[in-house]
Design a protein around this ligand. Sequence first.
Ligand code: NAD
Length: 314
Amino acid sequence: MSTKETGTMDNDTSKPSIAFIGLGNMGAPMAENLLKAGYTLSVFDLSDAATKRLEKAGACVAQSPKEAASNAQVVISMLPAGQHVHSVYLGDSSAEGLLAALPKGTLVIDSSTIAAADARTVAEAASKLGIDFLDAPVSGGTGGAVAGSLTFIVGGRADAFAKAEPILSAMGKNIFHAGEHGAGQVAKICNNMLLGILMAGTAEAINLGVKNGLDPKVLSDIMLQSSGRNWTLEVYNPYPQVMENVPSSNGYQGGFMSKLMQKDLNLAMQTAKDTHVDTPMGAKATELYTTHAQDNGDKDFSSIMGRHDASVLF
Ligand code: NAD
């Protein structure tokens, strides 16, 4: 289907064609921003609802990762976890991986948050086939994905980074080259370990105030202008109705699922263990999210507020 038929912007043939795999809470708005910037997109996701959204926005829908990549110079993936990235690129017992089907010189950008070791494994396999691989996890949440203001934290060779930069700029505002393969993932899990600690701590502080008679909005405004200020208070308050257009004011739907935060905290803990680094606050946040995700795994990670006041979850 041409983008003209759907009434969206004409694609620019001087730009590389892109295959986009994984169109969830993050991938869908990221892919939409590439279309808006004039890129031709072929997309694949296991979910029909996810691909329909992109078809409406002007993308071609493929039936497999290979079909999506058949005419693409660049492949971007935004998948839940390491096992999904592994099976898409390297294959599993049921199918051969995508890497084997890509022509030499293809640029592969994986923006999923996965273990640095998994990213290095895929990068090594890609390199043997003459394919450039970058780990390029993001920060900024679904709001940043929609606004095209994500931070990309990239690991891989400098020449591949230079090729990727203009494409990433269509989806993000700050594009960092963190270092070699895997460096993007290490930086990302350091950030998310801190985010898990901040979200759990912010929910705890708001609860303490509310249980002592304070209005959550008044308390949040005070902390925003005081030394407890942090990203969660600025753009992602965990208490319902303090802020508009955040998951806590929408039944904790959408956003960044608690089970994904739990995954990232586990990645941070594994890295800390492997490298003999002490992370007691990270360990506590991991414990809190592990318990919380048992019954609230699909809810946004700000639903950790419900640990203190279960009524906010319903
Ligand atoms: P999501 O679960 O909403 O989306 C993942 C998508 O991948 C789903 O649509 C799923 O159907 C699809 N998928 C799974 N396996 C597939 C396969 N084999 N082939 C094709 N599609 C497949 O997750 P999300 O929130 O979009 O997160 C994606 C990644 O980004 C995760 O690694 C997460 O940790 C990271 N991340 C998320 C956020 C956030 O705020 N949601 C922020 C930063 C980073």
